[in-house]
Each structure stands twice: as C-alpha cells, then as structure tokens.
Design a protein around this ligand. Structure first.
Ligand code: AMP
Ligand code: MN
Ligand code: MN
Ligand code: MN
Length: 298
C-alpha cells in the first residue's frame, strides 16, 4: 500500500451521495466540501443528478479540506415504468460518451417542467415554471425539488415533503411521466468511463413488487452494475439490514451516502450515517485506485 494514502476500511467515513447547486442542492460544491470535512468525512463524492459540471470544483474543494475524492453523479433511469437512480462513482468526469449521455438525459427536463407548471395551473397555482426557475442555478437541471421550494415559499405547503405528497407524485396535478435513460445505457456510460455503477437508495422504489426488484438487480448486474447503497439517508435500520443481505446474495459492493441536499431540508447531514456492516465489501475498497487524494502537505 502507498504510505501517503490513508487505509480504506469498512469504517472509513465515506459519504458518496449528495447534491449541490449544480443540480437540486442548495449549497455550492465548496460549501458542501467544507460541511463534509467539518463532520469528519474522509472520502467524499458529489453526485449531482444527471450532471458532472461540478466535478472539478468538488475535487479541488475536497483536497483543500484534505479529503479523498471520487468522481460522482446520480443518473435518472426508467425501469419497468418507474424512475430508478443509479449512482456512478470513480469514473473519468471528462469521458465524452458519459457527458453526451448525461446531456441527453437532462434534455427533456425543461419541456417536462413546463408540463408540470401547466398541471399546477389547472389547480390554480400559476407561474410555477418561472417561480421554480428562481431556485435553479443550472438551467438544464430544473427538477421537482425546485418546484417544491417555490410552492413552500408561496405558502401552499409547510415543507417540501408535503409538496411532493400533494402535488408532485404520480396521480397528483404537477406530476408528469417522463422517460429517462435506459438502465443498460446508464451502467455502460459509468463503467466505460472507468467507474462503478451503484443502485441508489434501493428501499425507495416502493412501487416495485419483489419480482420487479429482483429483475432490477439481475438486469443491473447483467449490464455490469456492481453495487448498491446499503447505508443511505432515507433508509431505516431495518432497510439497511435488508439490503445488506441483498448485497451478499447478489455479490454487490456496498455504498454509503447521506443524499444530502440542504441544511434545512435534509434529515441526514453529511458524514453522520451508521458504518457499513463489516461483512460487506465497501465500494470504496474496490475503487481504491480511482480515489484522488490531496498532494502531501509540504
Ligand atoms: P426529479 O429528478 O425532477 O424527478 O426530482 C427528483 C428529486 O426530488 C429527488 O432527487 C429528490 O431530491 C426529490 N424528492 C423526491 N421525492 C421526494 C419527497 N417525497 N420529498 C422530498 N423530496 C423528494
Ligand atoms: Mn435530488
Ligand atoms: Mn435519488
Ligand atoms: Mn440523490
């Protein structure tokens, strides 16, 4: 082992899932890095939705705070008519095929947002497209989260989760079905760029039957996907234990990430998650060669 590099173990404080203003988070990449470091994170990845535009800033900020860095993104995928999120880790952020794929995945967001606003207008909420845009930093990345912030600010709901429940999920006035990337495409973009594909927050796909979940895991593996998030901000302890067992059953690498978006909206802060169960293989050990460490202090 290289003595300049910290050892990576299952108790490494790795936080490999969070969002900045480059997608639907409220903090700049530099502010997230500072917050992660203050919370004791040793290995960090910024995983903005469908976008790698923040990667170089994130890596520089990680190094300024003496943290290791893995390139990251979270790709929106449509599988069995549902949205599934695939986190990519440790890839080359300048890979042309990955960047083109992500650009295509982002491409439909503006038209979708206009349709969402039209749906909201039908229930008397006007100007939602322009209102949501006020919260957007990256014009290619208008998301449901930005609509949620606008609706809270206008007093329609007390918080963003109430907005989702009442307006932004299937069957509600602001919901617009959308076709994202294919599962195989997303896994291929990540792996061809040298990274590892990970199924994000597996317990959140509550519309899947056990059979569909099994199909997702099996097809993901067949495409070359290698990991699942076992410990993540939205998992209960029971859910983490369930997906720890599934990781062993499918021989998946295990990941850990807060999915932090905002100091006022996120329940789980950066770096404050339980450790990965010791019987699992941490994805960061498999990616040890892809971790970018800061230069030795002079
Ligand atoms: P989009 O990619 O535009 O469909 O937006 C998805 C984002 O909305 C997720 O990445 C979360 O940040 C957020 N989100 C989804 N469901 C909820 C929820 N129930 N409460 C709060 N935020 C949510
Ligand atoms: Mn999000
Ligand atoms: Mn997600
Ligand atoms: Mn996320």
């Amino acid at each position: 082992m290289n003595p300049d590099r910290p050892a990576l173990s299952h108790v490494t404080n790795a936080d490999l899932h969070c969002h900045s203003t480059v997608s639907d988070g409220t903090l700049e990449p530099e502010a997230i890095a500072a917050r992660a470091a203050a919370n004791g994170v040793e290995l960090w990845s910024l995983t903005d939705h469908d976008e790698v535009g923040g990667q170089h800033r994130a890596r520089a900020a990680a190094h300024a705070h003496r943290m290791g860095y893995l390139a990251g993104c979270e790709i929106s995928v449509t599988f069995a008519d549902e949205t599934v999120h695939i986190v990519g880790l440790g890839f080359d952020p300048d890979d042309a095929e990955l960047r083109e794929g992500l650009a295509r995945t982002r491409g439909g967001r503006e038209a979708r947002a206009r349709d969402m606003a039209a749906g909201l207008a039908q229930v008397g909420i006007h100007g939602a497209f322009e209102g949501a845009l006020e919260y957007v930093s990256n014009p290619e990345l208008i998301s449901r989260t930005h609509f949620a912030r606008f609706l809270v600010e206008r007093g329609h709901c007390a918080d963003t989760s109430e907005v989702f429940r009442r307006f932004l999920v299937r069957g509600k006035p602001g919901y617009v079905p959308h076709r994202w990337a294919g599962l195989g495409e997303a896994v291929r973009w990540i792996t061809r760029a040298g990274g590892v594909a990970v199924i994000a927050h597996p317990a959140r796909y509550t519309r899947f039957t056990p059979t569909t979940e099994y199909a997702l895991f099996t097809e993901f593996a067949a495409h070359g996907g290698r990991g699942i998030e076992v410990v993540t901000g939205s998992h209960t302890v029971a859910e983490s234990l369930k997906y720890a067992d599934m990781a062993l059953e499918f021989d998946f690498l295990a990941s850990r990430g807060s999915d932090f978006h905002s100091p006022t909206e996120s329940r789980t802060d950066l770096g404050t998650l339980p450790d990965l169960p010791g019987r699992l293989k941490p994805v960061w050990q498999a990616l040890a060669e892809r971790v970018q460490w800061p230069d030795r202090q002079a």
